[in-house]
Design a protein around this ligand. Structure first.
Ligand code: GLA
Length: 379
């Protein structure tokens, strides 16, 4: 990202010098559809980011120019109507700050980013967290980065996806060269070294955007909640899916639907895979790490039913490639990316690209990812 260019654009737009904030996208190594079930996740923030050039105004207005969309908007603290476009994240974030009685001045903002939109790398969470961080920093509000996780999550949930807090946590709390083992039951976390010898993380972007993703996501969450509620009727000591194990689940198999059984099995086993993956990362066990990725993929595809034919195709192809240790669909599902652990050398993907194009009439895009710092003021 050319920061000088961004500063010049800001100067042209507002006639002053800005302060620059950076909000990264995130990927998730393993622990999918576990965050809203009080489970474990292992994400990290990436170098692909949204940059916000900002200055404080003397009123309560937000004048925003997004370079990538070439669009402008003027918003007011807590007084905006709901929208369906990119401004909804700003509107929703302002509403949450207003609900919490925070008093602050508006900003002039120019945004520009390099997080591929719709690829499941959390560009919307990056935008929401970055916006909040800029407001909080320039107004000196007593709100920590960890608080932003919860504020941003409330704001985003109001825009339609009943999501967990993994994305916002990784974006706000992540650190360079680390992955975050996050426990979504109490939001305790551990930073894990994420520099494997001889291997790196690569995303394969399907370029598929499934327009049912939000609906299906909310339905999966409801499947888990409904299955849990039935089990809780006879076992009141079970507070969340996290308190279940396969023995308890199997003992209750006849009381819940087979779909609820499958969804809950996925979550229980996926939590176990996160713990195993942490061990594999710490000991540089590349084959074990790879196998956990494949296991996670089949669980997401068969039990949780959030994959799609394009994601499955890429994983099956990579399974036969010597340069790949393991791969799985990443994020909410129904499109987005496959995350793969690949060797640093000897990568041969021409066949994959052409086969994918011939089969789906879509480009397959490769996105190398490394763990970077979380949200920060950079200049
Ligand atoms: C989306 C949500 C996250 C998480 C993942 C699935 O990215 O925003 O909270 O639930 O899907 O693991």
């Amino acid at each position: 990202m050319d920061i000088t260019d961004l500063k010049n654009t800001f100067f042209k737009e507002f006639g002053e010098h800005p302060i620059i904030f950076r909000a990264p996208g995130r990927v998730n190594i393993i622990g999918e559809h576990t965050d809203y079930n009080d489970g474990l996740v292992l994400p990290f923030p990436v170098s692909q980011s949204i940059y916000l050039a900002c200055s404080l105004r003397n009123d309560d207005e937000f004048h925003v120019f997004t370079v990538d969309l070439d669009q402008r908007a003027i918003l007011k603290t807590g007084k905006n109507q709901s929208t369906n476009d990119w401004t909804r994240y700003f509107v929703s974030a302002l509403r949450v700050l207003h609900e919490d009685n925070h008093k602050f001045k508006g900003l002039n903002i120019v945004t520009k980013g390099n997080i591929p939109f719709g690829a499941g790398i959390s560009s919307s969470s990056a935008l929401t967290c970055g916006f909040l961080y800029a407001i909080i920093s320039l107004n000196n509000l007593p709100i920590t980065k960890k608080d932003i996780v919860f504020i941003a999550s409330r704001a985003e949930n109001n825009t339609g996806l009943n999501g967990g807090k993994m994305d916002q946590f990784a974006i706000c709390m992540g650190a360079k060269n680390k992955a975050i083992k996050l426990d979504c039951r109490d939001y305790s976390y551990e930073l894990i070294e994420n520099n494997m010898v001889g291997a790196s993380w690569m995303l394969f972007n399907t370029n598929v955007e499934h327009n049912l993703a939000h609906t299906e996501y909310n339905l999966r969450r409801a499947d888990c909640e409904e299955g849990l509620a039935i089990i809780q009727k006879s076992l009141p000591s079970i507070h969340s899916v996290r308190d279940l194990d396969m023995i308890i689940l199997n003992n209750n198999k006849n009381r819940i639907t087979s779909k609820q059984y499958d969804r809950l099995s996925h979550v229980i086993l996926e939590n176990e895979r996160v713990t195993k993956m942490v061990k594999a990362l710490k000991n540089n066990e590349l084959f074990n790490a790879g196998q956990l990725l494949y296991d996670s993929h089949y669980s997401l595809s068969d039990l949780y039913e959030v994959s799609c034919k394009e994601l499955d195709f890429i994983v099956e192809f990579l399974k036969d490639c010597d340069f790949c240790y393991g791969a799985r669909m990443m994020g909410g599902g129904f499109g987005g990316c496959v995350i793969a652990l690949i060797k640093k050398e000897g990568i041969e993907i021409d066949h994959l690209l052409s086969d994918y194009y011939n089969k789906f009439n879509l480009e397959l895009t490769l996105i190398p990812v490394i763990s970077s710092d979380g949200i920060s003021r950079i200049d």
